[in-house]
Structure formats: C-alpha cells, structure tokens
Design a protein around this ligand. Structure first.
Ligand SMILES: Cc1cc2nc3c(=O)[nH]c(=O)nc-3n(C[C@H](O)[C@H](O)[C@H](O)COP(=O)(O)O)c2cc1C
Length: 234
C-alpha cells in the first residue's frame, strides 16, 4: 500500500519563464514521484505546495481551541481548527511523507514551520503525560517513512561537513517529524546553488539520481509488501 503525502515548501515555482528561477527542491521531489509512478501504483497521492499557499500562523485563539476538549469547543473554535484537522488527517493516512524544502537562513522556511505548528497537536499527533518523567511527550502515530529533499545555496551541512554547526534544516526535521509518527528517514540534498559552478551541477545531478534510485527502491518494497499481504490473505 502506498499513500504518499507530498509537501513542497519553496517559495519558487517548479517552472518559471526564466528556468534558472525554478525551484531545485521541488523539481527533484517531482522526479521522485514521477519515477515512483512509472514503476508502481500510488494508491493515494496528496499534494500541498505550502511555499505558494502557506498555512496561517497559529494564534492564541487557535491554541485555546486546541486545548479545549473536542465536545466543549464553540463553533468558532471548531472553525479555527478546520485546517489543522485536515492537515492531520492527511498525515494519518500517509505511509510515506515527502518533504521538499529550501534552506532559508540556515533553517526551514517559515511556511514549513507554520505547517508543523498546525499539525503538532496534543491528543491528535502526540500526548502528554508527566508520569513519563523528563520526556512527557509521545507521538500517537507510527510506522511512517519520510523522504527529505533539500536545496541550499552553500554546502557542507552534513555530519562532519564544514557547516555542520550551522545546519538547522535537516536536524530540525528529524526532531519534529518524530511527532508525525516518522520512524525511517531518507535524505537527498542539492547544494552549492549560490556558487553556480560545476560542483552545483554535479550536486543537482546526483540528487536527481538519488531521487530516482530511492523511488525505485521504496516503490519496489511497497509493491512487495502488497504482494505479501495478498498472499497472507489468500
Ligand atoms: C530567503 C532566503 C534565504 C536563504 N538562506 C540560505 C542559507 O541560510 N543557507 C544557504 O545555504 N542557502 C540559503 N539560501 C539559498 C537557497 O537555499 C537556495 O537558493 C535553494 O536552492 C532554494 O531552494 P529552491 O531552489 O528549491 O527554491 C537562501 C535563499 C533565500 C531566498
């Protein structure tokens, strides 16, 4: 079974009149999806371009609604949570989450953070219990795989890289995706965009290749899982 939730976070379009303005992260993510579709079925595909259509920032009224028990919420509070409910429903059904994101100011775009803030909700995606001691939060969802496709102007943000200490995009995604029920993460990174040299060309070409290989690998695995489940039930 494969239900894929695909989130694109760049403020740039996939295609533009000037192709050098095209979003690198979005194009690599779309190559991943196209490769998957060529080799295997996607049962359900949910797509959001939050770079172009960002979710609103949460507010005090939103927080009040989220912490009010469902049966006690006013109509206004229910309306405030409508988008959050929808975004959470998309996470719940997804087996695979693909997040493509640029690095902005060494971290995630505000649009992507706004999406996470809409989704991380007590008794929906995580619960809170002080009897757990120093780590009272626990995710309520499980078993999901995340593919992170990032693009940056500089380079060396990986473990051991020359900018590891400035790397707040992928490490942040690792931390927060736990609360989406993510248990396995794959990373693909295109770097050097601001240098516009051979290293950039190589890095982007390599990221496309990795996206194709990973789509093949994961779609094959998902196909095999369906066959196995069918065999068990016949
Ligand atoms: C507002 C803004 C902030 C950026 N900040 C960084 C940064 O902190 N580090 C970096 O390596 N690149 C930075 N960049 C460069 C982008 O990460 C790079 O252009 C990337 O390719 C954008 O992703 P996209 O091609 O998918 O739109 C920034 C770009 C913009 C527009």
């Amino acid at each position: 079974m494969s239900t894929i939730l695909h989130i694109d976070a760049s403020i740039r379009n996939i295609t533009n009149p000037n192709p050098s303005h095209n979003s690198i992260s979005k194009n690599i993510a779309h190559r991943f999806i196209q490769t998957w579709e060529k080799h295997s079925l996607i049962d359900e595909y949910i797509y959001r371009d939050i770079g172009i259509n960002p979710p609103p920032f949460i507010t005090q009224a939103w927080m009040g609604a989220a912490f009010t028990p469902e049966e006690k919420r006013t109509t206004e509070q229910k309306e405030l949570l409508t988008l959050s409910d929808q975004l959470i429903a998309e996470i719940v059904v997804a087996d695979l989450i693909v997040i493509s994101s640029p690095m902005y100011n060494y971290g995630m775009p505000a649009q992507l953070k706004a999406w996470f803030d809409q989704i991380a909700r007590v008794n929906k995606t995580f619960d809170f219990d002080l009897s757990r001691g120093d780590f009272p939060l626990q995710p309520l969802l499980s078993g999901k795989t995340l593919v992170i496709i990032s693009s940056s102007g500089e380079f060396g943000f990986e473990k051991g890289g020359i900018r590891e200490q400035m790397s707040h995009l992928v490490p942040h995604l690792y931390t927060v995706s736990k609360y989406l029920g993510v248990e396995k993460i794959y990373e693909i990174a295109a770097e050097y965009q601001e240098f516009a040299d051979d290293r950039h060309l190589k890095s982007v070409a390599n990221a496309y290749l990795q996206a194709e290989e990973l789509a093949l690998q994961l779609s094959h695995f998902s196909h095999k899982t369906v066959e196995l489940k069918k065999a068990i039930h016949t």
